[in-house]
Design a protein around this ligand. Sequence first.
Ligand code: AMP
Length: 351
Amino acid sequence: MTIPPGSTVGILGGGQLGRMLAIAAANLGYRTHIYAPGTSGPAMEVAARWTHGHYGDADAVRAFANQVDVITYEFENVDVSGIAGLPGVHPNARALEVAQDRVTEKSFVEALGGRPAPFWPVDSLADLAEGLRIVGAPAILKTRRMGYDGKGQARILDPERAAAAWAAVGEAPSVLEAMVGFEAEFSILLARGLEGEIAVWDAATNEHEDGILARSTVPPGGIVARQAAAATDQARRIADALGYVGVLACEFFAAPDGPVFNEMAPRVHNSGHWTIEGAVTSQFENHIRAICGLPLGSTALVGRGAEMRNLIGTQADRWAEILRDDRAHLHLYGKSGARPGRKMGHVTRVL
Ligand code: AMP
């Protein structure tokens, strides 16, 4: 069903992804209505309406759903039960369910012929000891749920340190995964429309600092260029199997023997911010197009490539210096308080 321009797009979450989605929606003539647990956020200044409520408050989410024509989300840790029965939620509840739990996600990808790192579910210290025998060390223990930007993770270099790692993840249900000796990290972003059509952007090579994305570049070179097609095949299979609608991000490690699936995000993604200026159609616009049943736009590069750098914490204070580069596209998210590790903005250069 086509949701025509003039309709209202509901977005769960009011952070910078919601902000950039709302801007893209406005360019296409839609209004946006944000539902978020805070009383304000980066999306507030660019959205027509803001409702303050908790994701788990099923009555409030239903009332919100009645005021919008389609619902999407910019944050995957929303309560699935709140949206499960609602019509017009994209991506669907199954995609959320799979992405919210690292064990469900890895099992799902493996069943589709994808290749996650060897893993073992951990619910106790005894499971962890067993997992270390099977997966081996070094390994990484990650909480099954609610992890992001490297949070809720503990590296285990020596099996003797298992108890410390189990304490470090708060003894929460977790997954132990083998440490992948990768040469590079990259992501595949695709948009899948209501009819199942898929558009894929260039694979972005991603560099992290302190577990947070620092830089994404396109087009891919070297090992990432060689592995992009195989990774894209895994991402397409995931999207098709979920009956996915919207932008899907899948992160991979480029290991010497092929791409290893790390994780998926059922939403627009930081490693796709370069698409705003670097691609014919941005991830935000194609997400809105997909969920509203419009034709997808071209994902081709507009130049030879692009580089996106995140502005973390006080790096955003350098905005005046960044603007002296007349090719820099500066994006500031309007956040007050540059706490360490906080994503305050990003800057893209089209090459
Ligand atoms: P994640 O939150 O799972 O994406 O992990 C954050 C970062 O930790 C990744 O981008 C990698 O740099 C590193 N990492 C996570 N899992 C692994 C792994 N299995 N092997 C090697 N490095 C990893």
